[in-house]
Design a protein around this ligand. Structure first.
Ligand code: HEM
Length: 496
């Protein structure tokens, strides 16, 4: 063997040996810390955030210790399995778990610099600056427009039923509707996704939002972030980035020109334009604003997902659907029609929404990262080191029979007042919790109630042979269906 080949094979062997030691050290993290864990293999580890995988890991770890060890690729991740400890992470000891540690590269992938991924002060400024959009006054003022848009939707659905018959694909239509609502509510413009799908912002968002990058990209973004940044890896496509930049630029122009499309009410972009730039000078750039707008408009998809999951459940249980409809009609009767007060006074409908969110929480997990060393408040003396990823397995907790007996069953009575008050706190987490909970929580709920109330008092939904085509998508970081949702829709004598 020549000297060169000898040298090459020695160098290669040394590299392999160093890699082996490096990864062995990583995979021994939980053993060294003395925390129960599920062993993992190189290079995938044992979590990739799919719902059933999380449920299996949770079942294996629950009851052994408030925290269990798992691995995402080669990175250790602390899975919280105990509700008291969840409260510590989300609320009591929030300052130790201030960030989510998401991958963001504002320069080469501008949409990734949104609030969900923002750290420390940057997050605080964005959260504080966006909050006025969700004030009660603004929600109330938007309500008549919400009713107008729902009326247009019902007219659209009536026409479809008349021309195409009673079997209807609802997933796309609901997605277009909620995208239109989001554009109107957040930006004051007309989305027109329902009536002019060629301008389909919905398609751009649904194709590009919440999508998981390929495995090798995830590996680098999770374990070797600086390499990922050097390689300029992106989470979001250029098409989606351009669509969002165009939407923001157009909204700014429309308002400057006083266009008929623009609504004068204060909108998200007005709020964002008031904020200081991320470098501490000037204001946010077009790209930075596009990133925030993308998060907010994209988050609306959770509303259409929840609406169709709820209709799907109620289509299978016509007795529960009838009960929900009766509750809606009772509130309309009591409040003299579809008013803001009536929508807030539909307890059984609310129970149906909660039960839908229990079974189908759009966020399978809540994510945090330790921003300081964290001494676990128990007798073991374990300290979680700074920079450790932490996961709260929402989906798995929602399917834990200790809190929700017979968890596969759709039973809105689990959320009747007495049952809710007897439930262990921090075991129902569809909107997250603590200072980083969902900022759109109240408004999301109000829009969900309005959509469902107006649909239920106008139509009866039942199963049809086509029903759901496709299973849950594993390409997305939220619970989504790969296929469509077909239901039989029968028009009722309109009652509201
Ligand atoms: C069914 C409806 C919705 C569900 C289930 C939902 C769920 C969630 C969850 C689980 C989080 C993470 C919370 C945490 O880490 O503790 C979140 C954050 C967020 N959501 Fe929602 N969401 C919904 C609707 C909306 C809507 C309609 C908007 C906007 C208009 C919105 C905007 C946001 C934003 C901006 C954040 C990041 C908050 C922060 O980092 O401070 N969400 N949402």
């Amino acid at each position: 063997m020549s000297h060169f080949l000898w040298f090459l094979s020695a160098a290669l062997s040394l590299c392999l040996a160093l890699c082996f030691l490096h990864f062995r050290k990583k995979y021994s993290f939980w053993r060294e810390l003395g925390i129960p864990f599920v062993p993992a293999g190189f290079p995938l580890g044992n979590i990739q955030h799919t719902s059933h995988q999380m449920l299996d890991l949770y079942k294996e770890l629950k009851g052994k210790h408030p925290i269990g060890g798992v691995f995402q690729f080669t990175e250790p991740v602390a899975m919280i399995t105990d509700p008291e400890m969840i409260k510590n992470v989300l609320v009591r000891d929030f300052r130790h778990f201030y960030d989510r540690g998401g991958y963001a590269d504002g320069t080469h992938d501008p949409l990734s610099g949104h609030m969900l991924n923002s750290e420390s002060d940057r997050w605080r400024v964005l959260r504080h600056g966006s909050s006025p959009i969700f004030s009660t006054g603004r929600l109330r003022a938007f309500f008549p427009e919400m009713l107008r848009m729902m009326d247009e939707f019902r007219a659209f659905l009536d026409a479809k039923l008349a021309s195409e018959g009673e079997t209807v694909e609802l997933k796309g239509m609901l997605g277009q509707l909620t995208t239109d609502i989001s554009v109107r509510f957040l930006l004051g413009g007309e989305g027109n996704n329902l009536n002019a799908p060629e301008r389909d912002l919905y398609q751009a968002i649904t194709n590009g939002a919440f999508i998981l990058p390929s495995l090798w990209k995830q590996f680098l973004m999770t374990c070797y972030r600086s390499v990922a940044k050097k390689l300029r890896l992106r989470v979001y496509t250029r098409e989606l980035t351009e669509a969002m930049k165009h939407l923001v630029a157009k909204t700014i122009d429309d308002r400057a020109e006083g266009s008929a499309n623009a609504c004068r009410r204060i909108n998200l972009i007005d709020q964002l334009l008031k904020l200081p730039g991320f470098e501490g000078k000037g204001s946010l750039t077009l790209e930075e604003i596009a990133g925030q707008v993308f998060l907010f408009v994209g988050a609306y998809e959770t509303n259409s997902l929840t609406t169709f999951y709820c209709l799907h459940e109620l289509a299978q249980r016509l007795d529960l659907q009838q009960r929900a409809r009766a509750c809606v009609l009772e509130a309309l009767d009591k409040h003299g029609g579809i008013t803001y007060e009536a929508i807030a006074d539909m307890p059984y409908l609310d129970q149906c929404i909660n039960e839908t969110l229990r079974k189908n929480p759009p966020s399978i997990n809540l994510i945090r990262v330790t921003t300081e060393d964290y001494p676990v408040p128990d007798s073991t003396g374990v300290v979680l080191p700074k920079g450790l990823n932490v996961v709260i397995p929402v989906y798995a907790i929602h399917y834990d029979a200790e809190y929700y007996p017979d968890p596969e069953r759709f039973d809105p009575d689990r959320f009747a007042p007495e049952a809710s008050s007897n439930r262990t706190p921090y075991t129902f987490l569809p909107f997250g919790g603590g200072p980083k909970n969902c900022i759109g929580y109240r408004q999301g709920k109000m829009h969900l109630r309005t959509m469902l109330a107006m649909l239920l008092c106008s139509y009866e939904f039942s199963e049809c042979p086509k029903i759901i085509q496709g299973t849950r998508s594993e390409k997305h970081s939220v619970l989504k269906l790969k296929g469509n949702l077909w239901l039989r829709v029968r028009k009722l004598h309109r009652m509201g």
